[in-house]
Every structure is written in structure tokens, then in C-alpha cells.
Design a protein around this ligand. Structure first.
Ligand code: NDP
Ligand SMILES: O=C(O)[C@H](O)CS(=O)(=O)O
Length: 490
């Protein structure tokens, strides 16, 4: 890298947002044994911070503090909880630029996209602050004359949260927003690649008046140890995880011993179908948004692009032209549209999928090669078949593989032929086709004539092996509540 080292503090209006200690039981602490782990800027390869590397004992302290603090928090009115969450939202938006710079420096996405994630992340805090006031119960007509039946909903308890590196802010707020709104305690463990965004969130939570001990961020390089603490500590009542299906399976197995309630937002393998009656320019725009957002590192990215024969060549040409306009570089630099991948494994995964496709007879239309460091050509490949790795594995990078199909039935059948079921997309204009296809796709999310579906007001989540539960929307708070039936005999 011939770039100067990232001196992040000089880039911030408020350098105190750059915290490297963990936030445990309301205190800023180093690891008990003094250990730290390095946080690297993926665009430049330099170490931007050394962060406290906690072990299970510190995490257990955070969990115990959360259990204690939530007794008072749950007893406060919904309105009081809502006011503190609103203040947190306001502080996030006031510090959007700094939070975006911290996020870009540790994750790599271009600054405009990082600032967009801050607004998206903040929207969950705002939304669930409002939802706190709508946690309604119910009365039920008694089954006997002397019985009065009611149902109330109460906070489930202390929540353990594990989140990935690709959305270091929004994946945490999509969990802690409903958890705190419901009255729960919350202990979050961010990915080791991107802890700084989570710690900056904790700085602002403290300023917003989130009670000490209620909310902790436990940074650690020992992800499996922390996962075991969450699954084995009897004070944890809920585990919420966002990440790969592979790790989701590990956690579900571990959680089974305590019959621990789990929410799982897991991997995807999104089909993106272009029918011959589609608006091709709109389809290209949607494919670009869905495929290349966060450099292809989202669980809802188009992973397989199916194009009907009649428009295949024209779509491929237009998509390649749009891809060639992308500007790859350091996300902190003006005008960059596409940052680095998160690590060398990610680079090798993209390369492996391209090499496997070409070996099977596919053609690289544009891109196809790694660049310096962790940068990679935005790539379009045609002639992709269902036998190739990219058909069944999530690339998680800037590769747009084009599959050809003949009929609507064939497209739906091939789109559904996967263990995943998170997001799916298709472009068509015939209302009969739109109705049939949106109902036939086996996915938790269907984008029709759009490539961007994410919002706090809608239920986000997958079917099959893409997860359990939904995040966001009026449904998202349910996972943080327990229902209690009361039978009163008078
Ligand atoms: N459905 C969704 O909303 C999302 C799904 N994903 C999926 O996740 C994958 C890419 O993200 P990635 O972060 O690599 O996913 P991983 O599943 O590898 O990691 C996710 C988080 O889990 C932690 N982790 C890893 N192993 C364990 C373990 N044994 N016990 C406890 N925690 C563990 C990681 O920590 P560390 O990194 O420090 O090891 C990280 O914080 C893709 O498959 C993508 O589709 C990603 C984001 C969102
Ligand atoms: O982790 C992800 O990929 C996110 O869940 C995708 S989104 O919510 O930002 O669309």
C-alpha cells in the first residue's frame, strides 16, 4: 500500500468517539489480562487501533450487570425508554459523519455508503423507541363465569448478540433497538474486524442516558469463547445472531443445551431474475444496486442473475457498461464507489468462483482479476451454469454471474433450488407474471422491479436455512418479549 497510515483521530470532529476500550457494566475497561487485538483498515492494510481483547470472565460481568440493570429499566414506563432511545437516535444522526468515517476506516465501504448505513442503523433505534409504546396485551372472554383471562407481554431477559463485519453499525442497532425498547438488558459482541463502530455506538448510548450496566459492548478476538458464554450463562435468555449459516448452526447446537431462544439472520443466495418483458434499464440499475452495494458483501446481494434468452445479450452488454463505470478505491477518497473486500479469504473466494466458472466454459465480459491489496475488479461473467460453484455458494464479492433461461417455470424452479431463502428479486411488467412469480419464490423477501429492499419498517429475515425470526417492522420486537397468560379466579 503506498497510502499514508490512517490517522483516524485527525479525521474526526469528535475524536472521543474513537474508543478502544470495551464498555462493560457501565465502565470503559481494558481486558483483565491487558490483551488487545489489532483493527486494520482493509483499504490500506495499516493498523488503525488496538482494541481490548476480552475473555469469558469479563463477558460474564457484563451479563450480570445487564441482569441487574434491566430490573429498573423494565420498570420504567415505555415513554421513558422511548425518550432515551430517541436521544440516542438524535446523537447518532448528529455524529453521522464521524460514525461514517470510523465505519469506512475499519470496514472499507465508501464514506457515502457508510453514512447511509449510520442513518439506516439509527432508524432502528428511532423505530423501536416508538414501538416500545405499543407493546399491547389482551383480555380473553373467560371460559368459566368466575374467571378473568389476560395476556401481558414482558421483556424476555438479558440478550446476547453476535454480529458480522459487513454492517458494523446497523446489525447491532437492528438488535439492541428492539431489545432495549422491550425492557431487556443487552450484551453485544461485534466482529473482530469491525469493533470501533460498536464502541462508538456505546459512547453515544452513555451520552443518551442508557443506564449503566444495561448495555455492554464486549470486544474480543475469541468469537467462539464469547459465543459459548452466551449459550452457557444461565442469565442469558435470548441469543441473536447475524452471520453465516455455518456459524448459525454451531450456535443453535450450543444453544440447545439451555433451550435458549434464538433469532438467526443467516446466509443468502439471492436470485435476480430478468424476464424478457422487463424494463432493461431499470433491471440493470437494480442489478447494480443489489449486486455491488458494499462491494457485494451483503447477505441480500444478487448472487445468481437469471436472464431470459430474448434479452440475455442486451442485458449483459448494458450491465457490463454500467459495471465499467464503477470506481474502485479507498472509501475515504472522494468519488470512490467500490471499496476493498474485508480480507484475503474474501478475495480468494471471488477468485475461486471466477476460475471455476471459466474452467466450466464461462466468459469474463469485464473485470475478473484481483488488484492491489484487497481490491478486486467489479466483474461480469456470462455462460454460467447450475453446475458451477457460484450457483450454490454465496460469493460475497463483486461478481455478477449471468445464467440464461427460457421459460418462467424454469426460472422459478432454478431460483428456488437452494438451501437458502433470504432475498430474491425479479423484473417484469406483466401483472399476471408478477403475481405468479412473487408468490412462487421461496424467500423471506421478494424485490419486484427493485434491487434495494432494506428498511426498518418492513420484516427482514429468511426461510429455509437463511434464518429464524424477523428483524425490523412491528414484528421485530416480538423476539424480545415473552407472553404471559394470567387466569384470575374471582
Ligand atoms: N442474514 C443476514 O442478515 C446476514 C448474513 N451474513 C452472512 O455471513 C457471512 C459473512 O459474514 P461473516 O461475518 O464472515 O460471517 P461469520 O458467520 O463468519 O461471522 C459472523 C459473526 O460470528 C462470529 N463467529 C464466528 N464463529 C463463531 C463461533 N463459533 N461462535 C460465536 N461467534 C462466531 C464472527 O466473529 P469473528 O469475525 O470475530 O470471527 C462474527 O462476529 C455470509 O454468509 C453472509 O451471507 C452476514 C451478514 C448479514
Ligand atoms: O448483513 C446484511 O447483509 C444486511 O442484513 C443487509 S441489509 O439489511 O443492509 O440489507
Amino acid at each position: 500500500m503506498n497510502k499514508p497510515a490512517t490517522d483516524l483521530k485527525t479525521l474526526l470532529k469528535d475524536p472521543s468517539l474513537l474508543e478502544t476500550r470495551a464498555y462493560v457494566a457501565g465502565e470503559w475497561v481494558n481486558a483483565d489480562d491487558g490483551k488487545t487485538f489489532a483493527v486494520v483498515n482493509p483499504a490500506r492494510g495499516d493498523v488503525i487501533a488496538e482494541v481490548a481483547d476480552l475473555s469469558r470472565s469479563e463477558v460474564a460481568r457484563a451479563i450480570a450487570a445487564a441482569a441487574q440493570a434491566m430490573k429498573h429499566w423494565a420498570a420504567r414506563t415505555a415513554k421513558e425508554r422511548a425518550q432515551i432511545l430517541r436521544k440516542w437516535f438524535d446523537l447518532m444522526m448528529e455524529n453521522q459523519d464521524d460514525l461514517g468515517r470510523i465505519l469506512t476506516a475499519e470496514q472499507g465501504k465508501p464514506l457515502p455508503e457508510a453514512k447511509g448505513e449510520i442513518a439506516y442503523g439509527a432508524s432502528f433505534i428511532e423505530w423501536f423507541g416508538e414501538e416500545a409504546k405499543r407493546i399491547y396485551g389482551e383480555t380473553i372472554p373467560g371460559h368459566q363465569p368466575d374467571k378473568r383471562l389476560t395476556v401481558i407481554r414482558q421483556p424476555i431477559g438479558v440478550v446476547g448478540s453476535i454480529t458480522p463485519w459487513n454492517f458494523p453499525n446497523a446489525m447491532i442497532t437492528r438488535k439492541c433497538g428492539p431489545a432495549l425498547a422491550a425492557g431487556c438488558g443487552f450484551v453485544g459482541r461485534p466482529a473482530a474486524e469491525t469493533p470501533l463502530s460498536a464502541l462508538a455506538l456505546a459512547v453515544l448510548a452513555e451520552r443518551a442516558g442508557v443506564p449503566k450496566g444495561l448495555f455492554s459492548i464486549v470486544t474480543s478476538s475469541r468469537s467462539s469463547d464469547i459465543g459459548k458464554e452466551f449459550c452457557e450463562n444461565p442469565l442469558i435468555r435470548k441469543l441473536t445472531f447475524t452471520g453465516s449459516t455455518e456459524v448459525g448452526r454451531i450456535l443453535l447446537r450450543q444453544a440447545a443445551d439451555q433451550v435458549l431462544k434464538c433469532s438467526m439472520e443467516l446466509g443468502g443466495n439471492a436470485p435476480f431474475i430478468v424476464f424478457d418483458d422487463a424494463d432493461l434499464d431499470a433491471a440493470v440499475e437494480g442489478a447494480m444496486a443489489s449486486k455491488f452495494r458494499n462491494n457485494g458483501q451483503t447477505c441480500v446481494c444478487a448472487n445468481r442473475i437469471y436472464v431470459q434468452s430474448g434479452v440475455y445479450d442486451e442485458f449483459a452488454k448494458r450491465l457490463a457498461a454500467a459495471v465499467d463505470k464503477l470506481r474502485v478505491g479507498d472509501g475515504l477518497d472522494e468519488g470512490v464507489t467500490t471499496g476493498p473486500l474485508i480480507n484475503q479469504d474474501a478475495v480468494e473466494k471471488v477468485q475461486e468462483h471466477i476460475q471455476d466458472a471459466v474452467a466450466g466454459g464461462a466468459t469474463v465480459v469485464t473485470g475478473g482479476k484481483p488488484r492491489d491489496g484487497l481490491f478486486f475488479d467489479p466483474t461480469v461473467v456470462t455462460g454460467i451454469t447450475d453446475k458451477m460453484k457460484v450457483a450454490t455458494e454465496e460469493t460475497f464479492g463483486p461478481l455478477a454471474p449471468l445464467f440464461r433461461f427460457e421459460t418462467e417455470e424454469e426460472a422459478v424452479e432454478r431460483a428456488n433450488a437452494t438451501i437458502f431463502g433470504l432475498a430474491s428479486y425479479f423484473y417484469a411488467r406483466d401483472i399476471g407474471r408478477i403475481t405468479r412469480v412473487q408468490e412462487a419464490l421461496e424467500y423471506g423477501i421478494v424485490g419486484v422491479n427493485t434491487g434495494i429492499i432494506s428498511t426498518e419498517v418492513a420484516p427482514f429475515g429468511g426461510v429455509k436455512q437463511s434464518g429464524l425470526g424477523r428483524e425490523g417492522s412491528r414484528h421485530g420486537i416480538e423476539d424480545y418479549l415473552e407472553m404471559k397468560y394470567i387466569c384470575l379466579s374471582i
